[in-house]
Structures are given as structure tokens and as C-alpha cells.
Design a protein around this ligand. Structure first.
Ligand code: HEC
Length: 286
């Protein structure tokens, strides 16, 4: 450490005693001159001059405050989200999730059951002869309840599609009390047979013809169950089966289906295509 000469220490002590500003120097000198000058010109001198003179250089402003940058200032003044609003956020998220999930279910066109059954009706050629909307053409009309007027239950319709009309040419089929008269196979031409369709495909096509095109009431619990079953089929969750015409004839109603026995066992009744519980009970009761 270098020793500070005594005269310098004295000078700085003297300055501090005078309460000088930070840089002393020339400003200091001129200020003190001003003070002396005002003092010498008499006590009547307005003190404002003294104060002004003293204020400029020597006001002991310790550390000048750093100016706050404009962007910080802006962020401080900006309105903040109130705390109560934070609580609403999870509800908004829930509401969004709920409404989003809703849109996934709403339109039937998104439902694999409707998509698949309609696709099969087209790809198997049914639409070509019966109309895309089931209004009829070469073949009979399905819409406006026409289809379930012929076949009160899906199973008899399924048998008819598997066998076609040539196999029972000239025979009555379907509901004999049908408005417009009982159907006679071959009266309108030839309904081709479809022995190679699987059980799942048959059920889906029949559902499309009855519910989507025919407007059948689907609200019964067993019908809803059947739809749920087919929906899982359409989603590829459930396995498919080769058809078993013998089983179908046992499931079908002899009143509506030539060659049907209706003697299905209680166990086999569960395997019958169509709305299950009811189907089994009804066929067993015949
Ligand atoms: C080549 C034309 C043609 C095609 C393809 C066709 N059908 Fe038919 N379908 C007919 C004709 C014609 C009849 C009436 C036959 C008769 O007079 O027995 C008929 C009758 C029917 C009936 C009886 C309706 C009633 O009220 O009596 C059903 C059910 C049926 N068809 C379903 C289907 C399904 C399901 C498909 C597709 C898998 C299909 N058809 C494909 C021509 C066709």
C-alpha cells in the first residue's frame, strides 16, 4: 500500500467537511465563489440564488437511479390475469375435451356400423338392383318399411338372401299378411343367391336394408344389443363365421321361410343371427 501524503488527506477531509459533490473540482470552486459572492453582497440577497447555485453541482444525490427500460415498465403496467381466472382454465380444458369427444360420436357417417354396412350393400351389388337408397329397381323396394313388411325378423331375410329366389321359385315367403299381398318367389324376376357371404357380412347388409334404408325402429334393447355386436364386428373386434344354412333354417320362422324348422336348441339360439335374446325366445316358442 502506498502511503497517502498528509496534505492530500487533509484536503479531502476539508472537502468532505464542506459537503462537496462527487467531483469537486471546477464546479466546486465556482459554487463556493457564488456563495461567497452572494454573502459579500449582503444579507438582503434573496436566498434563492444561493440555493440554486448550491443545488446544481453539490446536491448529494447518492446513486442515481437506473432508468427502467421501457419494455420492463410496460410489463409492470400491463394488466395481469387475475387469480380467479387461473381456476377456470381446467374447466375450459374439460369443456373442450368434452365437445371434441362429442363431435367424434355425433354423425352416423363416422360410426363403423353404418359405414361398413352401407359399404357392403354397395360392394355386393345389392344397390345396383335395389337402388342406393333402397327405393327399388329390378328388385323390390326396401325403403318406407317395405323390407320389414316382408320379413318381420332379420333371420328370415338372411335365409332369403343366402338362397336367392330360384331355390324356392313359386313358393310364398315372408309375412302372408303383408300389405299388397304375400310375396311369391320369382314373381318379379330372380334374386341371386349369396352363399359365400359370411355371417357378419349378412348381418351388416340386412341391418343396412332394414334400419338405414327401411327405417326400422331400432330402439328395443335387444336390437340395440345386436347393433352393438355388429359395431364390434365392423370394428374388426369380433371374429367372423362361415354361414351355416342348417342353423339358419333352425333359427328361422317356418311361417315366413320355406324349409325353416324353427327347432333351434336353446344353446344354438344364441348363435342365430339377428337381435339375440328375443329371436331365441320367439323361435323356441313357435
Ligand atoms: C341382379 C339384381 C339383384 C341383385 C344384385 C340383388 N337383388 Fe335382391 N332381388 C332382386 C329381384 C329381382 C328380387 C325379386 C325376386 C323375386 O321375384 O323373387 C329381389 C328380392 C330381394 C329381397 C326380397 C325383398 C322382398 O320384399 O320380397 C331381398 C331381401 C333382397 N332381394 C336382398 C338383396 C340383397 C341383400 C342383395 C345384395 C347382397 C341383393 N338383393 C342383390 C334382384 C337383385
Amino acid at each position: 500500500m502506498t502511503e497517502i501524503p498528509e496534505h492530500l488527506l487533509k484536503r479531502s477531509a476539508a472537502r468532505r467537511g464542506k459537503s462537496t459533490g462527487d467531483d469537486g473540482g471546477g464546479a466546486d470552486a465556482s459554487a463556493s465563489t457564488a456563495v461567497e459572492a452572494s454573502a459579500s453582497s449582503g444579507p438582503a440577497q434573496p436566498p434563492a440564488v444561493v440555493q440554486a447555485a448550491a443545488a446544481i453541482p453539490r446536491d448529494p444525490e447518492p446513486v442515481p437511479e437506473k432508468p427502467v427500460p421501457a419494455y420492463v415498465q410496460a410489463s409492470l403496467e400491463r394488466k395481469k390475469m387475475p387469480m380467479w381466472a387461473m381456476g377456470i382454465i381446467p374447466f375450459c380444458a374439460l369443456l373442450w375435451a368434452y365437445s371434441f369427444a362429442g363431435t367424434m360420436q355425433l354423425p352416423d357417417v363416422e360410426d363403423p356400423l353404418f359405414v361398413e354396412s352401407a359399404a357392403l350393400y354397395g360392394s355386393q351389388g345389392c344397390a345396383g338392383c335395389h337402388g342406393g337408397g333402397g327405393g327399388g329397381g329390378v328388385g323390390y323396394q326396401f325403403s318406407d318399411g317395405e323390407i320389414y313388411a316382408t320379413f318381420p325378423e332379420p333371420i328370415d331375410q338372411i335365409v332369403h338372401i343366402v338362397r336367392g329366389s330360384a331355390a324356392i321359385a313359386g313358393e310364398e315367403y315372408g309375412d302372408s299378411a303383408r300389405p299388397g299381398g304375400v310375396r311369391v318367389a320369382g314373381n318379379r324376376g330372380v334374386m341371386p343367391n349369396y352363399p359365400s357371404l359370411t355371417q357378419n357380412e349378412l348381418e351388416l347388409i340386412v341391418f343396412h336394408e332394414r334400419a338405414t334404408l327401411g327405417g326400422e325402429d331400432t330402439s328395443a334393447p335387444e336390437y340395440q344389443e345386436w347393433m352393438e355386436h355388429m359395431r364390434e364386428v365392423a370394428e374388426g373386434i369380433l371374429p367372423d363365421h362361415e354361414i351355416d344354412l342348417e342353423l339358419f333354417l333352425a333359427c328361422a320362422n317356418p311361417e315366413f321361410t320355406p324349409g325353416a324348422t324353427g327347432d333351434v336348441s336353446e344353446d344354438d339360439a344364441k348363435k342365430c343371427p339377428g337381435p339375440h335374446a328375443k329371436e331365441g325366445e320367439e323361435v323356441a316358442a313357435e
